[in-house]
Design a protein around this ligand. Structure first.
Ligand SMILES: Cc1cc2nc3c(=O)[nH]c(=O)nc-3n(C[C@H](O)[C@H](O)[C@H](O)COP(=O)(O)OP(=O)(O)OC[C@H]3O[C@@H](n4cnc5c(N)ncnc54)[C@H](O)[C@@H]3O)c2cc1C
Ligand code: SF4
Ligand code: SF4
Length: 423
């Protein structure tokens, strides 16, 4: 087994998610670019030295994913064995009907972002908006007006580097709330153990629940299937304008293709394409965030009837006292409307795919090591306890399955055949 983790190796092992934080921490040496495989990946102009690699290993989500650091947990009794710290959990949606309709689910994240910005608790919202190095990617955006926050609502199921500019923005001295995926939030929490600006200037870490995104080869295949090329694409709206709303691909020649959520993704979510790092993700529930917002469909799949009629309801989780305070403030100030209470085990029903990934994580990482990789590790995610829910036979099967997939190259960014679907 190799022991020296560096950017090249993290990418080779299929564990880079393209968050961009390494480029922000080492701006003179690393920059984000589109790799030959089509993903957003860091490229080293000058290789990091051994001290810098040690620093990288402390935060990179291709090395370690963290839940909530224990000093941020107010009450250990509030740690759910499956879902981590939960101080408050409700069903809610944006109080503004237009935002609720435009947003990915019920506009929970947009409502909370607007509350923080308009009450001047932060100077800006660092979030993701559509476009970037490719028209169907997302890019990091600092929104300092309500209009920009509203325009950036909706989910982008594509390569994005939300943390690329984070430190440059903190260098300006402003305060922000960050909206980013759970793996990105983990990276920021871990960097915060070394860099005091994170706790001082980031007033809230917000995240969507995340099961993974569409890898570039899958979009390229989709475009080929409709006789188009990525250069023809003007923009993609993956979700929003309804719950979940259609996927709309707009072309430079003015034409559009519109697909329903299930026509675009397929009806069997176990067969959805996604990057390897997402497939083996130990926590898509954002355990390191202050606030999490997700869907409330049974089994996380909308029915045809829901696709036509669902107005959008988020599960909104406050994981820290700060998160709870913000959620309560947003309800009181009528940015967020409460639909009712929820319980932590409702998440089992709404997000079963995430339960499976949490439980199998340890076996999968053992499978990576058996294949000669360094693999991923976890911190404050109870991975060792969760593996106890598997019997020995299933654990071994999962471990060997992971080793086998790595040996045939399924972990690689270059792997782009039908066989990269889950199994
Ligand atoms: C890649 C991905 C996978 C997801 N998988 C699941 C899942 O498995 N289960 C589930 O319940 N929900 C999932 N969601 C979340 C769901 O699509 C909604 O985003 C979530 O319910 C929040 O809805 P909302 O109405 O509060 O968001 P909105 O009010 O529409 O706000 C969305 C916010 O997320 C930001 N954002 C959009 N795309 C990204 C991105 N790629 N990276 C970082 N930030 C982004 C926007 O800038 C905006 O601030 C996923 C979202 C993404 C982006
Ligand atoms: S996961 Fe993020 S920090 Fe790690 S190598 Fe990739 S872009 Fe850099
Ligand atoms: S599934 Fe995990 S690794 Fe993939 S984008 Fe979501 S949080 Fe990150």
């Amino acid at each position: 087994m190799t022991t020296n983790n560096n950017i090249e190796q993290i990418i080779e092992e299929g564990l880079c998610i393209g968050c961009g934080l390494c480029a922000g921490v080492f701006p003179n040496q690393v920059q984000m670019q589109v790799s030959p495989s089509g993903h957003l990946r860091p490229s080293e102009r000058t290789p990091l030295n051994s001290q810098q690699n040690i620093h990288l290993q402390g935060f990179c989500p291709g090395v370690v994913q963290s839940g909530m650091p224990s000093d941020k947990v107010l009450n250990l009794e509030n740690i759910d064995p499956t879902w981590g710290p939960i101080e408050t959990i409700v069903r809610a949606h944006s109080s503004d009907a237009k935002i609720r309709h435009k947003a990915a689910t019920g506009g929970g994240l947009t409502a909370i972002s607007l509350y923080l910005l308009e009450s001047r608790q932060v100077d800006g919202i660092l979030q993701v908006a559509g476009g970037g190095l490719k028209a169907y990617f997302g890019h990091s955006q600092l929104s300092q007006t309500s209009d920009d926050v509203i325009k950036s609502s909706g989910s982008i199921y594509a390569s994005t580097s939300p943390l690329e500019n984070l430190l440059k923005i903190l260098d300006t001295g402003i305060t922000i709330a960050l909206v980013a995926k759970p793996c990105d939030i983990s990276a920021v929490r871990l960097l915060g153990k070394k860099d005091s600006r994170i706790d001082r200037q980031i007033k809230a870490l917000l995240t969507p629940i995340c099961g993974g995104f569409f890898p570039p080869f899958a979009m390229e295949n989709f475009l080929k299937s409709v006789g188009a090329d990525e250069d023809d694409v003007q923009s993609v709206s993956y979700r929003g304008e309804g719950c979940p709303g259609p996927t709309i691909i707009r072309f430079k020649n003015g034409e559009t293709i519109t697909k329903t959520y299930l026509d675009f993704w397929g009806t069997d979510s176990s067969q959805w394409y996604m990057p390897w790092r997402c497939r083996i993700c130990p926590d898509g529930s954002g355990e390191a965030a202050d606030i999490v917002s997700g869907d409330t469909w049974p089994n996380c799949e909308p029915t045809l009837e829901m696709m036509e009629n669902d107005l959008g309801t988020n599960v909104v989780v406050g994981r820290t006292s700060r998160g709870t305070e913000i959620i309560n403030g947003a309800i009181k100030a009528n940015y967020l409307s409460l639909e009712g209470d929820a319980k932590s085990n409702d998440l089992d029903y709404w997000q079963p795919h995430l339960v499976k990934k949490k439980i199998t994580a340890d076996a999968r990482y053992a499978g990576m090591r058996a294949a000669g990789q360094i693999g991923l590790s976890t911190l404050d995610l109870r991975t060792n306890d969760l593996k106890g829910r598997m019997n020995k036979g299933d654990y071994q099967q999962e471990l060997e399955g992971t080793t086998r997939r790595i040996k045939i190259g399924k972990h690689s960014d270059d792997f782009s055949e039908e066989s990269s679907q889950s199994n």
